[in-house]
Design a protein around this ligand. Structure first.
Ligand code: UDP
Ligand code: MG
Length: 139
Protein backbone atom coordinates (compact mmCIF):
# COMPACT_ATOMS: atom_id res chain seq x y z
CA UNK A 1 0.00 0.00 0.00
CA UNK A 2 1.36 3.43 -0.94
CA UNK A 3 1.79 5.65 2.12
CA UNK A 4 2.88 8.80 0.26
CA UNK A 5 5.54 9.21 2.94
CA UNK A 6 9.26 8.64 3.01
CA UNK A 7 12.05 9.00 5.53
CA UNK A 8 15.29 10.91 5.07
CA UNK A 9 18.46 11.74 6.95
CA UNK A 10 20.78 14.58 6.05
CA UNK A 11 24.03 12.80 6.84
CA UNK A 12 27.00 14.12 8.89
CA UNK A 13 28.96 15.32 5.82
CA UNK A 14 26.03 17.47 4.64
CA UNK A 15 25.64 19.14 8.04
CA UNK A 16 29.42 19.58 8.45
CA UNK A 17 29.74 21.14 4.98
CA UNK A 18 26.96 23.66 5.65
CA UNK A 19 24.48 22.26 3.12
CA UNK A 20 21.51 21.82 5.46
CA UNK A 21 19.56 24.83 4.21
CA UNK A 22 20.33 24.21 0.55
CA UNK A 23 19.23 20.56 0.74
CA UNK A 24 16.05 21.36 2.69
CA UNK A 25 15.27 24.04 0.07
CA UNK A 26 15.59 21.46 -2.72
CA UNK A 27 13.34 19.03 -0.83
CA UNK A 28 10.62 21.65 -0.23
CA UNK A 29 10.90 23.03 -3.78
CA UNK A 30 10.36 19.50 -5.11
CA UNK A 31 6.99 19.42 -3.36
CA UNK A 32 7.71 17.44 -0.21
CA UNK A 33 5.98 18.50 3.00
CA UNK A 34 7.88 18.02 6.28
CA UNK A 35 5.84 15.90 8.72
CA UNK A 36 8.55 15.44 11.37
CA UNK A 37 12.12 16.72 11.69
CA UNK A 38 14.93 16.79 14.21
CA UNK A 39 18.63 17.46 14.60
CA UNK A 40 20.09 14.49 16.45
CA UNK A 41 23.12 12.23 16.65
CA UNK A 42 23.03 8.48 16.22
CA UNK A 43 24.59 6.22 18.82
CA UNK A 44 26.72 3.36 17.52
CA UNK A 45 23.92 0.94 18.44
CA UNK A 46 21.33 2.99 16.52
CA UNK A 47 23.53 3.25 13.41
CA UNK A 48 24.23 -0.50 13.54
CA UNK A 49 20.52 -1.25 13.79
CA UNK A 50 19.49 1.25 11.10
CA UNK A 51 21.97 -0.25 8.62
CA UNK A 52 21.65 -3.87 9.84
CA UNK A 53 20.74 -4.99 6.31
CA UNK A 54 24.32 -4.08 5.30
CA UNK A 55 26.03 -5.80 8.26
CA UNK A 56 27.78 -8.38 6.07
CA UNK A 57 29.05 -5.79 3.57
CA UNK A 58 32.72 -4.70 3.67
CA UNK A 59 31.79 -1.02 4.15
CA UNK A 60 29.54 -1.61 7.21
CA UNK A 61 32.10 -0.66 9.90
CA UNK A 62 33.10 2.50 8.08
CA UNK A 63 29.43 3.38 7.45
CA UNK A 64 28.55 3.09 11.15
CA UNK A 65 31.60 5.15 12.12
CA UNK A 66 30.73 7.87 9.61
CA UNK A 67 27.03 7.99 10.51
CA UNK A 68 27.92 8.49 14.19
CA UNK A 69 30.69 11.04 13.50
CA UNK A 70 28.45 14.09 13.84
CA UNK A 71 24.88 15.32 13.92
CA UNK A 72 22.27 14.27 11.38
CA UNK A 73 18.86 15.70 10.52
CA UNK A 74 16.12 13.05 10.43
CA UNK A 75 12.81 13.84 8.74
CA UNK A 76 9.56 12.31 7.53
CA UNK A 77 8.39 13.74 4.20
CA UNK A 78 5.04 13.57 2.44
CA UNK A 79 4.24 13.81 -1.25
CA UNK A 80 2.40 11.71 -3.79
CA UNK A 81 4.71 8.84 -4.80
CA UNK A 82 7.11 9.98 -2.04
CA UNK A 83 9.52 7.02 -1.92
CA UNK A 84 10.26 6.84 -5.65
CA UNK A 85 10.23 10.60 -6.21
CA UNK A 86 12.61 11.18 -3.31
CA UNK A 87 15.03 8.54 -4.59
CA UNK A 88 14.99 10.40 -7.92
CA UNK A 89 15.65 13.71 -6.13
CA UNK A 90 18.66 12.37 -4.18
CA UNK A 91 20.24 10.55 -7.14
CA UNK A 92 22.48 7.49 -7.31
CA UNK A 93 24.39 6.27 -4.24
CA UNK A 94 27.70 7.24 -5.86
CA UNK A 95 27.71 10.97 -6.72
CA UNK A 96 29.90 10.19 -9.74
CA UNK A 97 26.87 8.35 -11.15
CA UNK A 98 24.19 10.74 -9.85
CA UNK A 99 22.12 12.63 -12.43
CA UNK A 100 22.41 16.39 -12.92
CA UNK A 101 20.18 18.36 -10.59
CA UNK A 102 20.15 15.75 -7.82
CA UNK A 103 21.08 16.33 -4.18
CA UNK A 104 23.95 13.86 -4.27
CA UNK A 105 25.30 15.31 -7.52
CA UNK A 106 25.52 18.75 -5.91
CA UNK A 107 26.38 17.94 -2.31
CA UNK A 108 27.76 14.42 -1.81
CA UNK A 109 31.50 13.97 -1.24
CA UNK A 110 31.77 10.30 -2.18
CA UNK A 111 29.87 7.02 -2.39
CA UNK A 112 30.17 6.63 1.38
CA UNK A 113 29.79 10.28 2.45
CA UNK A 114 26.83 10.92 0.20
CA UNK A 115 24.89 13.70 1.96
CA UNK A 116 21.42 12.21 2.16
CA UNK A 117 19.48 9.01 2.91
CA UNK A 118 16.17 8.08 1.29
CA UNK A 119 14.02 5.03 2.12
CA UNK A 120 13.87 2.38 -0.62
CA UNK A 121 10.26 1.19 -0.08
CA UNK A 122 7.01 2.19 1.60
CA UNK A 123 7.57 -0.55 4.15
CA UNK A 124 11.07 0.69 5.05
CA UNK A 125 9.88 4.32 5.10
CA UNK A 126 7.43 3.40 7.84
CA UNK A 127 9.97 1.33 9.80
CA UNK A 128 12.66 4.02 9.53
CA UNK A 129 10.28 6.86 10.44
CA UNK A 130 9.15 5.00 13.56
CA UNK A 131 12.77 4.21 14.42
CA UNK A 132 13.45 7.95 14.80
CA UNK A 133 10.13 9.48 15.86
CA UNK A 134 7.42 8.64 18.36
CA UNK A 135 3.78 8.98 17.28
CA UNK A 136 3.27 12.42 18.87
CA UNK A 137 6.27 13.84 16.98
CA UNK A 138 4.79 12.96 13.58
CA UNK A 139 2.32 15.45 12.08
N1 UDP B 1 27.76 2.75 1.11
C1 UDP B 1 29.14 2.75 1.09
N2 UDP B 1 29.80 2.03 0.11
C2 UDP B 1 29.12 1.30 -0.82
C3 UDP B 1 27.71 1.30 -0.79
C4 UDP B 1 27.06 2.03 0.18
O1 UDP B 1 29.77 3.39 1.93
O2 UDP B 1 29.77 0.66 -1.67
C5 UDP B 1 27.05 3.54 2.14
C6 UDP B 1 26.48 4.85 1.57
O3 UDP B 1 26.55 5.85 2.58
C7 UDP B 1 25.05 4.45 1.27
C8 UDP B 1 24.75 3.51 2.45
O4 UDP B 1 25.95 2.80 2.64
O5 UDP B 1 24.19 5.56 1.20
C9 UDP B 1 23.61 2.55 2.21
O6 UDP B 1 23.85 1.82 1.01
P1 UDP B 1 22.70 1.58 -0.05
O7 UDP B 1 23.22 0.61 -1.05
O8 UDP B 1 21.43 1.26 0.66
O9 UDP B 1 22.60 3.02 -0.79
P2 UDP B 1 21.45 4.12 -0.76
O10 UDP B 1 20.14 3.41 -0.61
O11 UDP B 1 21.75 5.05 0.39
O12 UDP B 1 21.58 4.83 -2.08
MG1 MG C 1 19.49 2.00 0.74
Amino acid sequence: MATNRTFTMLKPDAIENGYTGKILDMIIAAGFEIKAMKLTRLTTEQAQEFYAVHSERPFYGELVEYMTSGPIIAAILEKENAVADFRTLIGATDPAEAAEGTIRKYYAESKGRNACHGSDSDENAEIEGKFHFSANEIM
